[in-house]
Write a protein that binds this ligand. Structure first.
Ligand code: FAD
Length: 306
């Protein structure tokens, strides 16, 4: 559907009409402490019955979590029925080092990589490729597929990546990544459905037919999300600030507002034809679970709501 059709359709489905005919995926980060490890595994346990298409584990800035990401992904692959994807970046590593990390994933039975350029560890610093490294995600994808027949996902930016020379240049870069062998793109988070619809149109007009999966960020800490959004060029609409006003000391109320906003975003995306959703879980299950539930998704062993 066009942007206009998609937007007009917003009113269409009520939650009660949603049957869970969607694919979901969940993103986690590798835990640093034992307590965080427990939290992660509890989240994985809660979300597993929703039968996600895959779950992915991020790679810390500058490769700082290389071991932890590997161990987490390998454990998910070994101990759960889930399909596990490992994020991998090009920062501060030679091609040989990255190829070694990819080989270790292949050996551990991991078949899906989320291939990224990454950012320098110092906030705000400009990305400089390692002298013997991959210069960006497109080169990384090329290198990975030469090594093993991985399934590869890449990043896309509905509001344009901050380093891009132009919106068009950013789309050309996305096309290079897909032409190099990636099969889907997951977007940076965004808060207005038409941001995604417009991007979907632009991407289609550029001749890209791969799946573009919206990345959904349920906002549990508004101040943190504002900071992150400023760094990655995501617009935080004024109405959102208003809705989180006065909730700093009311975490439970904040969770409810957060779930409502993310569910509404997903409902509108669904009305515009979206059937795949990628959730940035921040290692907490409840918000993502509640949103999936509102979209009609039920544990795989139970009957769907239809
Ligand atoms: P690229 O696709 O290489 O693009 C980077 C920039 O360079 C873009 O502006 C692009 O337009 C420009 N560019 C590329 N090639 C050219 C060219 N030839 N000419 C001109 N311009 C060019 N970061 C992490 O550190 N760890 C993670 O686990 C992680 N997971 C992520 C998951 C998702 C779904 C998303 C959306 C982002 C994630 N990131 C992660 C953040 C990501 O690493 C940063 O956004 C990074 O700045 C760009 O990575 P990229 O893969 O999009 O880069």
């Amino acid at each position: 559907p066009s942007v206009e059709e998609a937007t007009r359709a917003w009113q269409a489905p009520l939650y009660a009409d949603l049957t869970g005919d969607i694919n979901v995926s969940f993103e986690f980060f590798p835990p640093k402490t034992e307590k965080m490890e427990e939290q992660l595994w509890s989240a994985i346990q809660t979300l597993t019955p929703l039968a996600p298409k895959f779950v992915s584990v991020t790679y810390g800035a500058g490769g700082s979590t290389r071991e932890r990401t590997h161990n987490t992904v390998a454990r998910i692959a070994k101990e759960t029925p889930l399909s596990a994807a490992a994020h991998l970046t090009c920062v501060a590593a030679s091609k040989a080092e990255i190829d070694g990390v990819a080989d270790a994933y292949w050996e551990a039975g991991v078949r899906h990589i989320v291939a990224l350029r990454g950012d320098p560890p110092e906030a705000g610093a400009k990305f400089e490729a390692h002298p013997d490294g991959y210069k960006g995600a497109a080169e990384l994808v090329e290198g990975l597929v030469k090594r093993h027949p991985f399934e590869i996902s890449v990043a896309a930016y509905p509001e344009t990546h901050p380093d891009a020379l132009s919106a068009r240049g950013d789309i050309d870069n996305l096309k290079r990544k897909l032409d190099a062998g990636a099969t889907r793109a997951i977007t940076q988070f965004f808060f207005e459905p038409d941001t995604f619809f417009r991007f979907r149109d632009t991407v289609a007009a550029a001749g890209i037919d791969a799946d573009i999966i919206p990345g959904i960020m349920p906002v549990s800490n508004f101040a943190a999300v504002q900071r992150m959004s400023a760094m990655c060029n995501t617009d935080v609409p004024g109405w959102m600030g208003k809705l989180f006003e006065g909730l700093d000391d009311l975490p439970a109320a904040r969770q409810l507002v957060s779930a409502t906003l993310a569910a509404e975003l997903c409902r509108k995306l669904y009305a515009g034809g979206v059937r795949d959703f990628h959730f940035y879980t921040l290692n907490r299950a409840e918000l993502s679970y509640a949103i999936c539930h509102l979209l009609g998704l039920r544990p795989a062993t139970l009957e769907k709501t239809a």
